[in-house]
Design a binder for this molecule. Structure first.
Ligand SMILES: NC(=O)c1ccc[n+]([C@@H]2O[C@H](COP(=O)([O-])OP(=O)(O)OC[C@H]3O[C@@H](n4cnc5c(N)ncnc54)[C@H](O)[C@@H]3O)[C@@H](O)[C@H]2O)c1
Length: 283
């Protein structure tokens, strides 16, 4: 396939280009130059730079202003980049004959729905998003544009969880309930490109060992639930100097993506324990 990947210089986009490049003809687009970028341009100008590309099969739209930009960029800049940028890419995709559009969304759009009550919030596609900032709002608006893009495109939104480089202990424990490795994110995008059918949305996160019935215990005594579901894990974490979280407030459940896309996340806390990091932890 001939595939445009936006945000190709970024943390996620570069991993997606690397994953797809062996099998497909990939055109990386970004505001910034990088080895994965073929066209340095703005998504909002897709009608113009798109002419240079010609016909294509799919668009993977990763570029966005996101969480680190909140408070540093205006609401108008967020709307232009995340909503209008998406709209113009959809228009370009349709005119260039693309058959698939994969949008990198975020679990952040669940917003206030992530607040626990008497138990950890169990977050899957059935939970209604409750955006709490301009990032959440504009990603949700973009998802809605993608979902209504028309029958010529197979449209998929992937609500991915957190994968910033962070201290090792944090990144590792997040893989139990609210984090993901970007290699798994890239694989999810590759799987979504092959999907057929009406628009669909999936949560993408590392495989959680927890079950819904653990939610109350997770909030009040997370180590008890961790020891029951993953015997010996706490001792193995202790060897690294990592302590388990005392309380877990939400679980991202990617089981719909497992069933419908065949998503099998490979890089959970065991990969972290064995030193297999991507991206590497921060200090
Ligand atoms: N990193 C995470 O933990 C995380 C979690 C959930 C969702 N996401 C989503 O993943 C996507 C990428 O995040 P990332 O962490 O790789 O961010 P990043 O900042 O590393 O990469 C984003 C890239 O997009 C480019 N870009 C931004 N606006 C553009 C525009 N208008 N036109 C062209 N290029 C533009 C930037 O130059 C940058 O290279 C975003 O859509 C974000 O919402 C990321």
């Amino acid at each position: 396939m001939r595939i445009v990947v936006t945000g190709a210089a970024g943390l996620i986009g570069s991993a997606i280009v690397d994953r797809l490049a062996g099998e497909h003809a990939v055109v990386g687009v970004d505001l910034r130059a990088a080895s994965q970028v073929d066209i340095v341009a703005n998504c909002t100008d897709a009608a113009e730079w798109g002419r240079r590309i010609g016909a294509l099969d799919a668009i993977v739209h990763v570029a966005a202003l996101h969480a680190p930009h909140v408070g540093h960029r205006s609401d108008e800049e967020f709307r232009l980049a995340n909503v209008e940028g998406t709209e113009r890419l959809i228009d370009f995709g349709i005119s260039a004959g693309a058959k698939a559009f994969v949008f990198t969304s975020t679990t952040s759009i669940y917003g206030n729905a992530l607040e626990p009550n008497d138990r950890a919030a169990w977050i899957d596609e059935q939970v209604a998003p409750r955006p709490r900032d301009i990032y959440d709002e504009t990603k949700l608006e973009a998802e809605e544009l993608v979902a209504s893009a028309g029958s010529s495109l197979t449209c998929t939104s992937l609500r991915m969880s957190r994968c910033f480089p962070e201290p090792a202990e944090l990144m590792a424990t997040y893989r139990l309930y609210r984090g993901v490795d970007r290699r798994d994110v890239a694989e999810a995008h590759a799987l979504a490109l092959d999907r057929k059918g009406p628009p669909a949305t999936y949560v993408i996160s590392a495989a959680t060992p927890f079950h819904r019935e653990d939610a109350e215990e997770l909030l009040h005594s997370a180590p008890t639930a961790i020891e029951r579901r993953c015997p010996g894990l706490i001792d193995r974490m202790a060897v690294k100097g990592w302590t388990p979280p005392r309380s877990i407030d939400r679980i991202y459940d990617a089981s719909l993506a497992e069933h419908e896309l065949g998503f099998r996340p490979r890089f959970g806390i065991e990969a972290c324990l064995s030193g297999d990091w991507d991206p590497p932890p921060s200090r």
